[in-house]
Design a protein. Sequence first.
Length: 153
Amino acid sequence: MVEIGFLTASDRARREVLARGKDAYFAVERGDDSYERTWRRLLDDERIRGIAARLDGEMIGIAHYLFHASVWYAGKCYLADLFVDADVRRRGVATAMIEWVARDAEEHGAPGLYWNTLEDAPARGLYDRVGRYHRGFVLYTYRRDAGQVPDRS
């Protein structure tokens, strides 16, 4: 049986292994300082949360999520990361973690849970079953180049 609960200080090493595994899977490179900073935020910031899924006492999955205000709703919850060890995938662990996060979000006034993933991610099968796919929505991101000054003429 899978047990899910908040991350604790003793989870640091295994959580980092799983976080690095997630990043490797998605070809994301981060420095050690990013893992350290995120770990501190997961333990110290009440809006940012981390949970672990355990099977027979071993951590096999992690999820990171955060609450934020919403213009039109009471609040929202963004599921930033969800990763399950490859050896135990397709056993309901990710589904249980999504349901756990959704319950926590609702209990904290943020009934709207959302996330994004790559278009060709294998997890899309699960996400299509448990979530609502918004066909036609396009995600844009923007980051100003720190050295670039906009032309205001």
